[in-house]
Design a protein around this ligand. Sequence first.
Ligand code: TMP
Length: 213
Amino acid sequence: MQKRGYFITSEGPEGAGKTTVMNLLGDQLKQEGYDVVMTREPGGIMISEKIRNIILDNEHTMMESRTEALLYAAARRQHLVEIVQPAIEAGKIVICDRFIDSSLAYQGFARGIGVEEILAINKFAIGNIMPNKTILFDIDPSVGLARINAHENREKNRLDVESLTFHEKVREGYLSLVDQYPERIEVIDASRSIDAVLEDVYKVIKGELEIIR
Ligand code: TMP
């Protein structure tokens, strides 16, 4: 019997450790025999990586917020069609670092465009494909930003260098999405050690996978 595909996304501010933890989760699931595809937004494939470079270029300070939102949605569309959709249809588990909730929190809420407006342009981009489960790595933005600044080699892009107030709004935006999508979004306290966070994330995802398979 064909296994059902499953779509997991990770969300959160910079420095929440989501990439590290989700990579470890992916490795663990692969070791257990699951067919896992790890990917990220914006990017993952050639066209979307190019759009990512345009959006995040520190020289593009003149980029207007709706332009930014449309570019994220365009990158999302291409990535969805090339990577996410075929993998889900093939019965794989897709783990994607960021998806629509990033646009809702960053562009909709923190940039002030409005969550409904961002939802509308993203509906155009993704149709009715939504994640089955979203892990929100919640952390005080000042702690997250301090973690980034402690790593000299880490890329600091055009959004990383926004003010603390902007990142506080991003967090507020994410937490309001939890009220909007309580079934889908699972909040994890990301201020703890990687091992502790991974343990919680693993429990949530394993529980979900056992239900569908
Ligand atoms: P990353 O550093 O996690 O790869 O993400 C790149 C930046 O892009 C990060 O600051 C969050 C931001 N972003 C948005 O503002 N909207 C979006 O839709 C996505 C996917 C990312």
